[in-house]
Ligand binder design. Structure first.
Ligand SMILES: O=C(O)c1ccc[n+]([C@@H]2O[C@H](COP(=O)([O-])O)[C@@H](O)[C@H]2O)c1
Ligand SMILES: Cc1cc2nc[nH]c2cc1C
Length: 351
């Protein structure tokens, strides 16, 4: 098993000539310059990423990556580990939040099962089996993944991006599902940002203050276990999760295929941070949908110089915050493509 080329080969930047023409067009539309605020920026950035004068996000591909975490045996989540497998079935049966949002957006939704402790019913429609192991190692006391497993997870993410590209997706959304994954994400963020566990540990699915302190101590044990790694792949192997690693692979895979990415909440932002560390050019392919209620998210967003579009107090994961922001991107494109120019509408321009 080898790493996909999207992980190792230099990533191209979006095409700046399309950004320049989009900026010129924005200046000709019947509105005071800049008055559509960030909707203008969105249309301009999407034009460059999609290499088009008419950006669109009609075709949205959502991959929810699911996997279980050995660190759950440390009692770091408000929910039992069995929920990961149960939610995979719920995604497939259409009852999860992301299932509803995907239907509302007419988006393609798939769930990538990387391995769970609980049983997932066989042959669920929309579930892609990429099973690595029932769960990761307990990162508090051992590496989460072997070198082979981390490559398997990156490759599974890249394959999701390939499916998105083959389906003609204009936007890629990655979601996460994994009980215990805020502990893994926080540990990774500590290592990537050189921060203390108490700065990145939060309630996740609903821990109380004592639970959050315990979680920070578990993360401190994980960080003390290893030499401070700088290589993203080795860091992911030590502290990551199958789904977090696959997300990093999927983001690089989407960008390498010219598909812009809309980033969801806390866990996926940490995956994005690891992937940007691997390939800094990835940052130019990312849009940030929302600020999660998980307190550590702000530090991760700051490190990525990201100012997300929404702040709704959401902390669900599964791609739900990103899906909620898609209508804003659609409005940005519709305005860019559909508004009349001053000349066409006979409206006088300002000075
Ligand atoms: O996306 C977020 O910002 C977010 C914040 C807190 C929790 N979650 C979700 O909750 C699960 C992890 O929480 P926990 O407490 O088990 O570590 C996992 O399935 C995530 O998708 C997601
Ligand atoms: C019910 C439930 C749904 C989720 N979706 C993403 N993470 C989740 C965690 C729980 C506990």
């Amino acid at each position: 098993m080898t790493l996909p080329s999207s992980w190792t080969s230099d990533l191209a930047l979006p095409e700046s000539s399309f950004a320049e023409s989009a900026l010129t067009r924005q200046g000709m539309l019947t509105k005071p310059p800049g008055s559509l605020g960030r909707l203008e920026e969105l249309a301009i950035t999407l034009s460059a990423q999609q290499r088009t004068e008419s950006p669109a996000v009609d075709k949205v591909h959502i991959s929810v990556f699911a996997g279980d975490h050995g660190v759950c045996r440390e009692g770091i989540s408000a929910f039992p580990q069995a929920v990961t497998a149960q939610m995979i079935a719920n995604f497939a049966h259409g009852g999860a939040a992301i299932s509803v949002l995907a239907r509302q957006l007419d988006a393609h939704l798939e769930v990538v099962n990387l391995g769970t402790v609980g049983d997932v019913p066989p042959m669920l429609s929309g579930v892609v089996d990429e099973i690595i192991a029932p769960m990761t190692g307990n990162l508090a006391s051992e590496p989460a993944m072997s070198p082979e497993q981390v490559v398997q997870a990156v490759a599974a993410g890249d394959r999701a991006a390939e499916r998105a590209a083959n389906a003609g997706a204009q936007l890629f959304i990655g979601g996460d599902m994994g009980i215990g994954n805020t502990t893994s994400a926080a540990a990774l963020a500590c290592a990537l940002l050189n921060r203390r566990p108490d700065q990145l540990a939060g309630p996740g699915t609903g821990l109380d203050a004592d639970g959050v302190s315990h979680k920070a101590r578990v993360i401190a044990r994980a960080l003390a276990r290893q030499e401070l790694e700088t290589d993203p792949l080795r860091l992911l192997a030590s502290l990551g999760g199958f789904e977090i690693t696959a997300l990093a692979g999927a983001y690089l895979g989407a960008a390498a295929r010219g598909i812009p990415v809309l980033v969801d909440g806390y866990i996926v932002s940490v995956a994005a941070l690891a992937a940007v560390k691997q390939q800094p050019a990835l940052r130019h392919w990312l849009h940030f949908s929302h600020q999660s209620a998980e307190p550590g998210h702000r530090l991760v967003l700051d490190a990525l110089e990201a100012d997300p579009l929404l702040d709704l107090g959401m902390r669900l994961g599964e791609g739900s915050g990103a899906a909620t922001a898609v209508p804003l991107l659609r409005s940005a494109c519709a305005l860019h493509n559909g508004m009349a120019s001053f000349a066409d509408a006979g409206v006088s321009e300002g000075s």
